[in-house]
Design a protein around this ligand. Sequence first.
Ligand code: UD1
Length: 340
Amino acid sequence: MRVLVSGGAGYIGSHTVLSLVAAGHDVVVVDDYSNSKPTVVGRLEALSGVHVPVHAIDLTDAGKTERLFAQERIDAVVHFAGYKAVGESVAKPLDYYRNNLDSTLSLLEAMRRHDVHRLVFSSSATVYGEHAPVPYTEDYEHLSSSSPYGQTKVMIERIMTDVAAADPRLRVALLRYFNPVGAHPSGQIGEDPQGIPNNLMPFIAQVAVGRRDKLTVFGDDYPTADGTCERDYLHVEDLAAGHVAALEHLDDMVAPVRAFNLGTGTGTSVLAMIQAFERAVGRELPYEVGPRRAGDLPAFWADPTRAQTELGWQAVKTIDDMCADTWRWQQANPQGFPDA
Ligand code: UD1
């Protein structure tokens, strides 16, 4: 298939581009580089051995999105592009609703006009909200999220469901990611957050490489085995493989719109992640325990049964793989991707 990857220069998008090419698909990237660097693309081309065409446009511009679809033959869309920082979304909700919703609407309209009927969407476990029983299963109905960022995921899932109800040709896979970490084993691409990292793994990696003094563990008084929060971390390469599996399964789905959890099914605590990263680095890493972070849930992980039975997909990489690959990437690129 010829696959349009929105946000293909970003962290998960770039790894998925490589997996799509490896699986024999042609890829076209659309990315406005608002949270990524153009130098990612050269690395993707070197690793994949193919030319990766890029449209550097903002998808909230419906006219430009329409012209992209008029220029390119596209069989399917994998939609990653969007703002994703939880805290920032609380401070700037309008930016998040405007960007994440408008870009999705432009894409859906262009897909309809150009008869593109296959869509894979980058959703999040955040849609399960605060009250879903753990492990999370896809048929949980009361989707909600405590942040505007998460709420855009809930709303976009709903929009896609409604659009598919009105267009019997449309097939949509809603992929609910748990906590993606790790990097390509080459060390050439990985997560490159701008500014101070919000998420645990990039923060630990920057402490390990000396860019930050120490990690703060956000609370150790949770009702968990060691008192720190537990999350379902999965390797970004497994996650990328999940997108290929979902894309190739779209035409055979049991329903026109189907949600899939992409996780391992196991929770790992913050302290266990620090210890795993220390094993990868070969020395102790400085951390202190601080107060809880507002909005954090004590523990959640996926029930990944549906993805296993229907997509034939399963996460195979271990926590130690995730840490070793993150560390390789961070060492080779202590400041992330170069500007040019
Ligand atoms: C966060 C978002 C989630 C989003 C996901 C991917 C929140 C509440 N949730 O998930 O909606 O989909 O990122 O971007 O922000 N931690 C520390 N110290 C740190 C950073 C994190 O102790 O410096 C802890 C957190 O308290 C948490 C765990 O590490 O228990 C994982 O945090 P993080 O990587 O931010 O992921 P989530 O909060 O699970």
